[in-house]
Design a protein around this ligand. Sequence first.
Ligand code: NAP
Length: 290
Amino acid sequence: MLKGTALEAKILDGGALAKQIRGELAERVEKLKVEKGVTPRLSVILVGEDPASVTYTRMKKKACEATGMISDLIELPASSTQDEVKGVIAKLNADTSVHGIMVQHPVPSHLDELDILATVAVEKDVDGISALSLGRLVLGTADFVSCTPLGIITLLERYGIEIKGKEAVVVGRSIILGKPVALALLERHATVTICHSRTQDLPEVVRRADILVAAIGKPEFIKGDWIKDGAVVVDAGYNKVEGASHDVGDVEYDAAAKRASYITPVPGGVGPMTIAMLLSQTVKAAEKYA
Ligand code: NAP
């Protein structure tokens, strides 16, 4: 591992890795088609018209199709009831041509998202955030893991970064990101600390990290001088900042890059890995089905 402040960190290039993974997936998709007559198919349910969600769901559909998969975008009105959304999921569960189902987060506030997610068949839960999938992650038996945490682990593993025995600090404890990434690091034998808004003396805890995962949602909240020399910095944050030319992460990038051995840029780090993992888990579901 690189040491010292004189060296700039190596970039963990999620954009390039995601592209490589999508290429590998396209080959697996083709093989499934030719050998088993099965085309992996992902159904994405969008409830309402939240602009960011509309963009994300279209990106997912495009990425599926570019990999040779089938993707359905099922757009439901914001006024949909709990039973209507669950009815759509029940049909998709029963449809053997559908291998993956994801419900775009967040659903409108009158709906109970966890209750909706609980109805997705576990063998099709390619987004990995139903109670059953999360429970299996705790048990170490998960087939599918929440896509951003899986993207982070994949990024570390493909860059050959040792996780076993390392001191990992995760800042953030959300169900889709902080908690599952902490569990996935623990599963790989890191010593894991999870921080949140009530953590006392966050800078001191962050200074212990060999591997830092920032999942907060506050621009450049983690300062460069909190980073231990040679640490691996994974910034999952994605924050719009007025006047900035691009989205900004949760870590003060330039200063952190002077201390870290590896760092993810924002954009182009964790973000592209998330969709690649959604595709990857859908292909895995289709392979299991076939
Ligand atoms: P979230 O549900 O809002 O959770 C944020 C977490 O940060 C909470 O656990 C919160 O602690 C913690 N936090 C807030 N203020 C803090 C402080 N001052 N000190 C320490 N911890 C603090 O957010 P999320 O959905 O996990 O997303 C986090 C970030 O990742 C956002 O920027 C989001 O855009 C990004 N994200 C990126 C992707 C991707 O594909 N790249 C995917 C998902 C999310 P409490 O629990 O105590 O409130």
